[in-house]
Design a protein around this ligand. Structure first.
Ligand code: NAD
Length: 298
């Protein structure tokens, strides 16, 4: 059997899936896109090529899922199941729950369908340029087969272990990122009250040991600008932190700072309401401090 993958079904062309699927089309793969929002897949095909379908598994050698939650992935896979062909590979690229993904993989293996997880980091900006960091879980043979697809979307591809390992890694990455964001915002709030210019603070942090992804790519761009439009939802960040805590519970790992971080992000989501960008969590910290980062005293 020829193991080369040419035909891909891509389910979930949202903020991330859209640019990722576009990269695959541009790399020369035959891509069929599917999305729950009516007209979205057809819109993609009109703009970038490929085909729109209500069952992207039809004729596909690989099916990619890029959906909000593992629950959405389970629903999507149940719907396309009759069209999944034996020998196909499902590449679950959402930031999902490792235990749920393992259960789905076991179910698919009964159909002769392999599954790997390959969640991503880098946000919409790096999805656009094909420079995502991709962390994978699954068997080497299946990962070898899908490698050319992953390389069309990402530049750093790291094998983390068995199925679910990529998703555990992804949740833990976002835990570190989320804690870094909130503490950076708190530092800007304290500094603003002291009389420091927040833009200067970001410059100093980026030249110093306090530098992190939020100081480099989020604070000026989305918080100080008050744009709050990074393209990564606040609800999705809370979901990722809940997954990190789930992995923590499953491994009996005491993690009080991680728990506090999840609680703060969940409180921000509750206070700010649905449909917010994750960078808007800065407004939650501002509400706690009864102030705004940009305000200058004295
Ligand atoms: P999104 O909400 O923008 O897009 C999700 C898409 O899936 C939507 O277009 C929606 O209509 C579609 N969808 C939902 N259920 C469906 C179903 N059953 N069948 C077909 N389509 C369905 O979400 P996103 O920001 O693209 O995130 C997707 C995943 O990637 C999430 O797990 C998220 O945590 C992760 N992620 C996001 C970012 C980011 O910066 N946005 C970065 C890294 C990882």
């Amino acid at each position: 059997m020829d193991a080369t993958i040419g035909r891909i079904g891509f389910i979930g062309i949202g903020s991330m899936g859209w640019p990722m699927a576009r990269r695959l089309v541009e790399a020369g793969f035959s891509v069929t896109v599917q999305d729950a929002v009516p007209g979205r897949a057809a819109d993609f095909a009109r703009r970038h090529g490929g085909t729109a379908s209500e069952n992207a598994a039809q004729g596909a050698e690989a099916v990619i899922t890029m959906l909000p939650t593992s629950r959405d992935v389970a629903a999507a896979l149940a719907a396309i199941r009759p069209a999944l062909q034996r020998g196909a590979v499902v590449i679950e690229m959402s930031s999902g729950e490792p235990s749920a993904t393992r259960a789905l993989a076991a179910d698919l293996s009964a159909l002769g369908v392999a599954m790997v997880d390959a969640p991503v980091s880098g946000g919409v900006a790096r999805a656009e340029t094909g420079e995502l960091a991709i962390m994978t879980g699954g068997e080497a043979a299946a990962l070898d087969r899908v490698d050319p697809l992953l390389r069309a979307m990402g530049t750093t591809i790291t094998r983390c272990g068995d199925i679910g390992a990529g998703q555990a890694m992804k949740a833990l990455n976002n835990l570190v990122s989320a804690a870094g964001f909130l503490v950076s915002v708190e530092a800007l709030l304290i500094g603003s009250r002291f009389g420091l210019d927040p833009a200067v603070m970001v410059d100093v942090l980026n030249a110093s040991t306090g530098m992190n992804n939020s100081t480099q790519r989020k604070l000026k761009q989305f918080v100080l600008s008050r744009k709050f439009n990074s393209g990564f939802g606040l609800d999705l960040m809370v979901k990722d932190l809940s997954i990190a805590m789930q992995v923590g519970r499953e491994t009996s790992t005491p993690a009080p700072l991680a728990a506090q971080t999840r609680e703060l992000w969940a409180a921000a989501a509750a206070l700010l309401g649905p449909g917010q960008d994750h960078t808007a969590a800065a407004r939650f910290s501002e509400a706690l401090a009864a102030g705004q980062i940009s305000e200058q005293k004295g």
